[in-house]
Design a protein around this ligand. Structure first.
Ligand SMILES: Cc1ncc(COP(=O)(O)O)c(C=O)c1O
Length: 460
């Protein structure tokens, strides 16, 4: 069963907003089953969380279910979801086309460690959609995809160093967690690792340049050309769009110096356009990494791009110096593949991207207008379906700018949104799904206003 565009298939059980004194709050019951389960998690799960997403204990919740743009916690509180599983749930939760495809596949077997029809079909659909697509290989997470793309680049160029951008996030491996969260300190030319336990010789192979500074990047590429295997970039870095000509200048400098250009499209793939950021910004890299949306909520990720580079992962080369190992137990898993196929099928429907962008832009403009009206310096850079809220007047062009914004205010604002029934990672990105509609936009703008007023009152 496919869901017709615009048809509401989910359950919009909208809770009444309760006025409690002056504070408008939608969420009141988080101290029963939520608190019990969180205490149980705290016993043995450090931080009682799964990764970075961690809320103060009186606001933390355990999610029981999701449908369309909504989530419910174990006490029945309803949230409009702007996390979307950190991006994958672009169609919303439990989309009928995805549920049906997955159920059908699960009944036929879950994983085979070898070729299956859905993964071959998904491969063709991705390669056809992606401008740089000539060949493709799979892993299970975005982290693995960027790790293997960098390895392929090193194998292909026979060089060891990689260049990334300050504040750019490419997952949790040792090469990615350099200059991603901490950035560069003033006057430093070596980036800091973002995690303990990363061997210094590994982080020494990673150079970091400021995002949106084409001259600095060109200089670094030219000066390090003899050691540099690849430049990896999030084309839309977190919520920060590339300045005009920035991606193009990376393309030209890498080509001139025999360096591969990798677009990390784990977020932007099939989200900014069907052909991802390369189509949207009109720049074609050598390799691109995909995750999140291509699995519709199931673990699958890919490295896609030049055939001559991906050819190094052909096991027929095993034993030769050029063989680059790529793969894993669940790579190309058919359940994830059918979820991905169902998702891409929905994304090809006419008007889907227009709607995604229109929804995101209304929310972005809405919060900026509210900020102006209330005298709070707030901006929401991004591209349509993915944006971030910063409290600052300073234009956000790079990590230094976003780090200078008022993070404490962003955190407070995020917690106020949670209290008003918006599920959001305080201080991080908002993701829009194809099923965030008029009702959700209206409620979200109402929550934005309430939260902005609350943080303003607290500051006064
Ligand atoms: C741009 C980008 N690359 C890579 C990753 C890592 O993906 P995963 O969390 O699936 O390992 C992420 C995750 O958020 C991401 O945003």
């Amino acid at each position: 069963m496919g869901a017709e565009h615009g048809q509401v298939w989910y359950l919009p059980r909208v809770q009444p907003i309760v006025l409690k004194g002056k504070k408008m709050t939608a969420i009141q019951n988080r101290l029963g089953r939520n608190a019990e389960l969180i205490a149980r998690a705290e016993d043995i799960m450090p931080g009682a969380c799964l990764g970075l997403f961690q809320l103060p204990s009186d606001q933390a919740m355990v999610i029981a279910s999701g449908s369309g743009p909504y989530l419910w916690d174990v006490e029945g509180n309803q949230y409009i979801d702007y996390v979307l599983g950190s991006g994958p749930m672009m169609l919303g939760h439990a989309h009928p086309a995805v549920v049906e495809a997955v159920q059908r596949q699960v009944a036929k077997g879950s994983t085979f460690y070898t070729l299956n029809e859905p993964i071959i079909e998904l491969s063709h659909q991705i390669v056809d959609a992606v401008p740089c697509g000539e060949a493709i290989k799979y892993v299970s997470t975005g982290t693995e995809a960027t790790f293997h793309a960098l390895r392929l680049a090193r194998a292909f160029t026979e060089k060891s160093t990689v260049l990334k951008f300050e504040g750019g996030y490419h997952g949790a491996h040792d090469y990615a967690l350099v200059g991603a969260i901490n950035g560069l300190r003033d006057g430093e030319d070596r980036p800091r690792s973002d995690s303990a336990g990363i061997p210094t010789p590994v982080s020494a192979t990673v150079l970091v340049s400021p995002f949106n500074d084409p001259d600095a990047a060109r200089r670094m590429i030219a000066e390090n050309a003899n050691e540099l295997a690849a430049v990896i970039v999030e084309p839309l870095q977190r919520g920060i769009p590339p300045a005009r000509g920035f991606l193009q200048s990376l393309r030209e400098a890498t080509r001139d110096h025999g360096v591969l250009l990798i677009f990390d499209e784990v977020v932007t793939g099939f989200r900014l356009a069907y052909g991802g950021a390369q189509e949207y910004y009109g720049v074609e890299p050598d390799l691109a990494t995909y995750g999140k949306a291509i699995g519709g909520g199931y673990p699958i990720a890919a490295v896609c791009g030049r055939r001559d580079v991906l050819a190094l992962s052909d096991p027929a080369r095993r034993g030769s110096d050029s063989y680059a190992y790529l793969g894993g137990t669940l790579s190309g898993n058919p359940v994830a593949a059918v979820a991905g196929l169902a998702t891409l099928n929905e994304m090809r429907r006419p008007g889907v991207y227009e709607r995604l962008f229109a929804t995101g832009n209304r929310l972005r403009q809405g919060i900026e207008t509210l900020g102006r009206d209330l005298g709070i310096p707030v901006q929401a850079p991004g591209e349509g379906p993915v944006f971030q809220v910063f409290f600052t007047e300073r234009p956000i062009r790079n990590h230094q700018d976003s780090s200078a914004a008022d993070a404490a205010l962003a955190w407070q604002f995020g917690l106020e949104l949670l209290d008003r029934g918006l599920f959001h990672t305080p201080g991080a990105k908002f993701y829009i799904s194809t099923v965030h509609g008029e009702l959700e936009i209206a409620r979200t703008l109402e929550a934005f206003e309430g939260a902005l007023r609350a943080v303003k009152a607290r500051r006064a």
